[in-house]
Design a protein around this ligand. Structure first.
Ligand SMILES: *Cc1c(COP(=O)(O)O)cnc(C)c1O
Length: 447
């Protein structure tokens, strides 16, 4: 069945983020079912989902509590348009998100993917400045190595060339400031000093161009798609102060890092900040259904609130905005996230990840082993002393991917970065097993 399905797939499906020709050599992985951290193929082989199926899964696959909530909701109300109508799941979800988010974020606008949430935040920020009589504020500022999704607006404010370069003629013109990412910090420089130093360039850019800047968009603490590069929370604090002083919006894209990945519910908490827009998706439904939300402030909301004829309304919509099934799975996910035991278990998991992966630091090709909360990444290079990377054309990460599969682990390295971001329900001994497999993968990738 594995082979049969793969054959049928390759004659009709076009897979995301893939060169389809690779699959002449590289077998697809057909998955029949899943439970907890384990995926199972049609031959009964099991694979530990070490990357939470692209970072969406928080509490394991087919979690009984979320599945139950989905089934109940499906038998009650599957969908109704959110313009003019409302329903219990979306009201309750909005109340709970407002309570959970950094204080001051009081409004929820829904969509169905992370990219759509980014488009909404960009449009709302731009439109806000029109509504308050500052129409020249039209431009966005992003960080190098950032990723915010694939639609044209989201791609414009990202800066990973692999995804962006070819489409450049179609994209918005944005300002780009150097990432506070600490991989290239000076010898003996702390993460904090490095992030503070990089902030200078952002300060100069914003001070010079504030009159035409609508918003700065960042991924707080971890640039996930940008090879899991990490930085110090002080950058968030400094950036928030500066944006407030210069009258510029701050958009926090916590689509990947939200809901506990960095060790706090939201990464922004670690900088003690409230952004003007908080974009959430991925883990919000525990990995069950597509849902995203943009939380914003009453200040932003009020700028759109007026008589209809004044044409200040935000006339943006998606067909599935506020879908009740997605909202029900999000509520069930929040039940699990907010359970007191989860906080304790996640702190233990963070420590276990640290201890189990510590030996990778001694690998002769590992330039940096880094961790923020429940995300661990090992960046491997050709030479540890010069930090010279392996040429990308050698695709060494692919070797790691293939080896991991033979060991019953699903990894998907980003370039020359091997990382794990497991569901929170992973057991301590499974963490140790993952670390062992990572070590083998590094040997094989760097051989
Ligand atoms: C995945 C991701 C997005 C895009 O979300 P999609 O649901 O894939 O459109 C945006 N920003 C960040 C930080 C992401 O990790």
């Amino acid at each position: 069945m594995n082979i049969e399905l793969a054959r049928r797939d390759l004659s009709v499906v076009w897979h995301p983020c893939s060169q389809m020709k690779d699959h002449e050599q590289l077998p697809l992985l057909p998955i029949r079912k899943a439970s907890g951290v384990w995926l199972e193929d049609y031959a009964g082989n099991r694979y530990l989902d070490a990357i939470s199926s692209w970072w969406v899964n928080l509490f394991g696959h087919c979690h009984p509590h979320i599945t139950q909530a989905l089934q109940t909701q499906a038998a009650t109300l599957e969908h109704v348009l959110l313009a003019g109508c409302t329903h219990r799941p979306i009201v309750e979800l909005s109340e709970r998100l407002v309570k959970l988010a950094p204080s001051g974020l009081t409004r929820c606008f829904y969509a169905d993917s992370g990219s759509a949430a980014i488009e909404i935040a960009l449009k709302m920020s731009f439109h806000y400045w029109r509504n308050v009589g500052q129409p020249r504020k039209q431009r966005f500022v992003t960080l190098t190595n950032s990723y915010h999704g694939e639609t044209l607006g989201a791609l414009s404010v990202g800066s990973v060339d692999l995804f962006k370069e070819i489409y450049r003629p179609l994209l918005l013109d944005v300002y780009t400031a150097p990432s506070p990412d600490c991989f290239d910090r000076e010898p003996n420089e702390s993460w904090e000093d490095c992030s503070r130093r990089r902030f200078q360039a952002m300060r100069e850019l914003l001070e010079k161009n504030a009159h035409e800047i609508s918003a700065v968009i960042i991924e707080p603490l971890v640039q996930c798609a940008g090879n899991m590069r990490m930085y110090h929370p002080v950058y968030l604090t400094l950036l928030r102060e500066l944006c407030t002083r210069l009258n510029i919006h701050l958009i926090a894209d916590e689509i990947a890092v939200g809901f506990g990945r960095t060790g706090t519910v939201f990464a922004c908490e670690q900088g003690g900040i409230t952004p003007d827009f908080l974009c959430l998706s991925k883990g919000i439904t525990g990995g069950y259904l597509p849902l995203s939300v943009v939380l914003t402030t009453s200040d932003v909301y009020s700028a759109f609130y007026d008589d209809y004829v004044n044409r200040t309304a935000f006339l943006h919509s998606h067909s599935y905005s506020g879908n009740p099934l997605a909202a029900a799975t999000a509520l069930a996910t929040l039940d699990l996230l907010e359970a007191p035991a989860t906080k304790i278990r996640n702190r233990e998991l963070e420590e276990r990840l640290r201890r189990a992966t510590a030996p990778l630091n001694d690998h002769p090709n590992v330039a940096e082993l880094r961790q923020t909360g429940l995300i661990v990444a090992a960046e491997f290079v050709a030479s540890r002393t010069t930090r010279m990377p392996f040429p990308w054309t050698q695709r060494r990460g692919l070797r790691a991917y293939q080896h991991a599969l033979t060991r019953g682990v699903l990894l998907r390295p980003l370039g020359n970065v091997l990382y794990i971001m497991p569901p929170y329900v992973i057991k301590p001994e499974e963490v140790d097993f993952l670390a062992t497999v990572m070590a083998e993968c590094l040997d094989i990738a760097c051989a």
